[in-house]
Design a protein around this ligand. Structure first.
Ligand code: MRU
Length: 380
């Protein structure tokens, strides 16, 4: 199992066991794949955001455990495979460790729960490893299929709601191939609209502080030749107020959707939903069902990750070629010493502000007169 597009985030093979991720800290300037040979490598790459995006981090966590186990399998002297108890305890502590890498996206926790369920049910070392590896591989395959369906359902919904006219949209963060196993969620809908000739233009935010938009979404849109314009996060209300280019919707992804539809996504999403409502535009959340957390009733229960101050204090970019003529990526400090910084990575958009949630199973809207979605019934 292997892919080779410039947008491939995850490259995996079972035999020989190999997992590589595209380093998203270096994009769009450099294409470097990082090798993951064990659980600790997987944890580090996720924590440092070399790989990011809710679906991608769940899959990379699962596959890092898979390659770890497969590699250790070929080493017959390793004690963890002596009996099922030591294997189970290794898997448990590995999953617990992976879960502490990033707290908000539910995909990581869901992937981990699925792998633990499989482990707990079996009693044979070889069967546990075989089943766990197969399940991790399935997550990679299923995510691409699910994203294609999200793209299809979302594009059809938007085309129908807009009487089949060509529309423009706004998006935030990066929700494309780089954030998933392939194709993307919100960006998948945009790709589908474009392939159906229903898209005029996409405006996308730079998405401070990590600049997923300016660096990663830009890279994907240019790769696919989709007509696009980069704007600062603070420009969206001004853009919508001008009624430019027949903008009809803001489309975003999700890190965790509660059962009532409240949605945690990249910081800045909430203010986009408010301005969409004010300007009478649709606000669409695109998410695979792996991003829906039916265990929580509302967004109040979502833990919001707070990240390092330095992500706000410093910006990085190419500043010069070094002596060897190679591209050099450097960090530059913006504020003076002594400032205080608050860096929440996500915010929660209340269901009230969301027009529709697009999943691989279809599009869910709210019953008229209600402010919440009934995702439990929809996913049954
Ligand atoms: O901090 P990140 O870059 O992992 O955050 C990513 C987002 O918020 C995405 O919008 C979300 O994970 C959906 S990706 C399909």
């Amino acid at each position: 199992m292997s892919t080779s597009s410039p947008l491939s985030t995850i490259i995996y093979t079972r035999s020989p066991p190999s997992l590589k991720i595209l380093n998203q800290l270096l994009l769009p300037h450099k294409t470097v794949y990082e090798v993951i040979t064990n659980v600790q490598d997987g944890y580090d790459q996720i924590k440092q955001m070399r790989v990011r995006g809710a679906p991608a981090i769940g899959i990379v966590a699962a596959l890092s455990l898979a390659v770890d186990l497969l590699s250790q399998c070929s080493n017959q002297t390793n004690p963890i495979f002596k009996d099922q108890e030591s294997l189970k305890s290794y898997i448990k502590s590995s999953l617990d460790h992976l879960k502490t890498s990033r707290p908000t996206a539910v995909n990581l926790f869901r992937a981990s729960d699925i792998l633990w369920d499989i482990t707990e049910k079996e009693n044979d070392v070889n069967i546990i490893i075989e089943k766990l590896v197969k399940e991790a591989e399935k997550m990679l395959i299923d995510d691409i299929r699910d994203n294609n369906n999200i793209g299809k359902f979302g594009a059809e919904f938007l085309a129908k709601e807009n009487q089949d006219e060509r529309i423009s949209v706004v998006t935030h963060c990066n929700t494309g191939s780089l954030a998933t196993a392939g194709y993307g969620t919100a960006l998948g809908i945009i790709r589908s609209l474009y392939s159906l000739s229903k898209l005029s233009h996409v405006y996308f935010t730079e998405t401070r502080p990590y600049n997923q938009g300016a660096r990663l979404t830009a890279y994907e849109l240019i790769h696919d030749n989709i007509p696009n314009t980069l704007i600062c996060d603070s420009m969206v209300s001004a853009l919508l107020s001008l009624n430019k280019d027949n903008i009809k919707a803001i489309i975003v992804g999700a890190d965790r959707v509660a059962s009532n539809g409240d949605t945690a996504n990249k910081i800045g999403t909430y203010q986009l939903a408010i301005t969409a409502k004010y300007h009478n535009k649709m606000f669409i959340v695109a998410a695979p069902s792996t991003s829906i957390d039916l265990n929580i009733k509302s967004g109040k229960d979502i833990i919001i990750e707070e990240r390092d101050d330095n992500e706000i204090i410093y910006v990085s970019g190419i500043v010069k070629n070094n002596e060897n003529g190679e591209l050099e990526i450097k960090k530059v400090r913006l504020p003076p010493e002594g400032v205080k910084v608050w860096n929440p990575s996500f915010d929660v958009t209340p269901a009230k502000l969301i027009t529709a949630i697009v999943t691989e199973k279809g599009v869910i809207t709210k019953n008229s007169g209600t402010n919440e979605f009934n995702l439990s019934d929809f996913l049954k």
